[in-house]
Ligand binder design. Structure first.
Ligand code: NAD
Length: 437
C-alpha cells in the first residue's frame, strides 16, 4: 500500500472560470444547471459516473470515483468567464445552437445571471472574430493585471476560496515557443513591452497561475505549455494540464490505433477529414488557427504506433488530417476516417469510421472532470504538470524529456492509479497471477 496524501476537504463552493464562453463552455454550464435540477444525467463524465476498482477482484470494492476521492459536488460549482462578445450565458448558449429550446428554457435564469468579463483579445491570434467586448490596456502587463483583478473580484463576489480555470477560447494562430517563453523573467519583461509573441491564451494562463488558480487548456493554442509558465506553476505549486480536449475523431483514433498495434496489424495510411459549421469551425477556417489544430491532431498516431520499434508495421504511415468549415452542420460535426491496414502476409484491408458527432456534447463533460480533478490536485498539494490528466487531451503536457502517452487505455490506467495512489490504495497492475497460486 502507498501512503495516502494529505488532501484538504473541498469545503465551500468552487469557481470555474472559462476564458471563452462559446459552445463548449455554455454546453457545460447549462448542462451542470440542468443536472443540478434533475433534468439530466452527467453522461460522459468519469468523475460523476465512473468507478474505480480497489484491492483484489474478489474484494468487491468498486466505489464511484466521486465517492472515493474528495471531489467538490456539482451543486457547489459557480461559473464565470471572459468573452470577446458581451452576450450573457443564455444568449451565448442560444447562439451556439447545441441545446434545444426545452433545455434552454429550464435554466434560463441561471444562464442569464452569468455575464462574461471583457476579453484580452488580439486579432493577430484569432483573425476570424470581430471582438466587441475587449479590455482596454496600455501594456500586456496591464492586461494580465486586469485578468488577475477579475479573478479576485469573482471570488469575492461569490464568497469563494478556490477557483480553477479551463481555457475554452477560440483556437489561436499556431506559435512555437520563442525567446520570451523560456524563462519567467524574460516572459515578464515581454509583458511589460507588449511583445507580440505573448498571446491572450498565455496571459490568462499566467494570471491564473499567479492567482494560485489551477489551469487547464482545452484549446490547441500555446499557453501554459511554455517553460516560463511551467516554472511559475512549479514555483507556486499550481496544477496545470493541457492541451486540446480529446473529443471526436482523435478520441476514436486513440481507441482504434492501440488495438491495431496490440494485434500487430500494420498501417499504411490514415486519412481523416471533418466538416463542421460552428464558430470553432469558422475560426479554424483561418489557416494560422487551423495549423494549431492540425499539429495536435497529427501528433497522436506516431506516439501510439512507435514506428522506430515496429518498422515493418508502421514505417512511412501516410497520416492526413483535413478540417473544413461547412456552416449547415453547426455544432454537429461529421468526421470520416479511412484506415488502410494490412495483415498476415501483407494482405491489405480497410476500416471506415463515420462519426456523426456533437462537438460540445463530447467536450462539456471533459471540462467538468478537469475542473474537479484540478481542484483535487490543488487540495492534494500536487503542483506543476498533471500528466495523469492526459486522458482528456489530444496533446498531453509532459516533462520535456518524456514522450506523451496517447493510448486512451494507458491514460485511463494512469488516471485511476493516480487516484489510488493519492488515497493510499494498492496500485492495480492487472497481473493476477496470485489468484492461481
Ligand atoms: N468541442 C470540441 O469537441 C473541442 C475539442 C477540442 C478542442 N476544442 C477547443 O475548445 C475551444 C472552444 O470551442 P468552441 O466550440 O466552444 O468554440 P466557440 O467558437 O463556440 O467558442 C469560443 C469562444 O471564445 C471566445 N474568444 C475568442 N478569443 C477570446 C479571447 N481572447 N478571450 C476570451 N474569449 C475569447 C469567442 O468569442 C467564442 O465565444 C476551441 O479552441 C476549440 O478548438 C473543442
Amino acid at each position: 500500500m502507498t501512503e495516502a496524501r494529505e488532501i484538504r476537504e473541498p469545503a465551500g463552493k468552487l469557481g470555474v472560470l472559462v476564458p471563452g464562453m462559446g459552445a463548449v463552455a455554455t454546453t457545460l454550464i447549462a448542462g451542470v444547471e440542468l443536472i443540478k435540477k434533475g433534468h439530466a444525467v452527467p453522461i460522459g463524465s468519469l468523475t460523476q459516473l465512473g468507478t474505480v476498482r480497489l484491492g483484489k477482484r474478489t474484494d468487491n470494492r468498486v466505489p464511484k470515483i466521486k465517492d472515493f476521492v474528495p471531489l467538490v459536488p456539482m451543486d457547489e460549482l459557480v461559473f464565470g468567464g471572459w468573452d470577446a462578445f458581451p452576450d450573457d450565458a443564455y444568449e451565448a448558449t442560444a447562439h451556439a445552437g447545441v441545446l434545444d429550446k426545452e433545455h434552454l428554457g429550464a435554466v434560463h435564469d441561471e444562464l442569464r445571471a452569468i455575464k462574461p468579463f471583457p476579453a484580452v483579445f488580439d486579432p493577430r491570434y484569432v483573425a476570424r472574430i470581430e471582438a466587441t467586448h475587449n479590455k482596454q490596456y496600455g501594456s500586456l502587463r496591464e492586461a494580465a493585471d486586469q485578468v488577475r483583478e477579475d479573478i479576485r473580484s469573482f471570488k469575492e463576489e461569490h464568497g469563494l476560496e478556490r477557483a480553477v480555470m479551463v481555457n475554452c477560447a477560440s483556437t489561436e494562430a499556431y506559435a512555437q515557443p520563442q525567446k520570451a517563453h523560456f524563462d519567467l523573467e524574460e516572459f515578464e519583461k515581454a509583458l511589460e513591452r507588449s511583445d507580440p509573441s505573448i498571446s491572450p491564451a498565455m496571459i490568462y494562463a499566467y494570471a491564473a497561475i499567479q492567482e494560485g488558480v489551477p489551469y487547464a487548456n482545452g484549446a490547441p493554442s500555446l499557453a501554459a505549455d511554455i517553460p516560463a509558465l511551467v516554472d511559475l506553476a512549479n514555483e507556486r505549486g499550481v496544477p496545470v494540464a493541457g492541451k486540446d480536449f480529446k473529443t471526436g475523431q482523435t478520441l476514436m483514433k486513440t481507441i482504434v490505433a492501440p488495438g491495431l498495434k496490440a494485434r500487430m496489424l500494420g498501417l499504411e495510411g490514415w486519412y481523416s477529414t471533418n466538416i463542421l459549421g460552428n464558430r470553432d469551425g469558422e475560426v479554424l477556417d483561418d489557416e494560422k488557427s487551423l495549423k494549431s489544430k492540425e499539429v495536435t491532431k497529427l501528433s497522436v498516431l506516431e506516439h501510439i504506433l512507435q514506428p522506430d520499434l515496429y518498422p515493418e508495421l508502421y514505417e512511412d504511415v501516410s497520416h492526413i488530417v483535413k478540417i473544413n468549415y461547412y456552416p449547415p452542420r453547426g455544432d454537429s460535426k461529421e468526421g470520416w476516417d479511412n484506415i488502410d491496414v494490412f495483415g498476415w502476409l501483407g494482405y491489405p484491408m480497410q476500416i471506415k469510421i463515420n462519426f456523426l458527432a456533437r462537438d460540445s456534447i463530447l467536450a462539456a463533460p471533459i471540462v467538468l472532470d478537469l475542473a474537479l480533478f484540478l481542484d483535487l490536485a490543488q487540495r492534494a498539494s500536487m503542483g506543476g504538470i498533471q500528466e495523469w490528466l492526459s486522458f482528456y487531451f489530444k496533446s498531453p503536457m509532459t516533462l520535456p524529456e518524456l514522450y506523451p502517452e496517447h493510448d486512451l487505455f494507458i491514460q485511463q490506467i494512469k488516471l485511476k492509479n493516480t487516484l489510488r495512489a493519492i488515497m493510499g490504495e494498492d496500485l492495480i497492475t492487472h497481473l493476477g497471477l496470485d489468484y492461481y497460486e
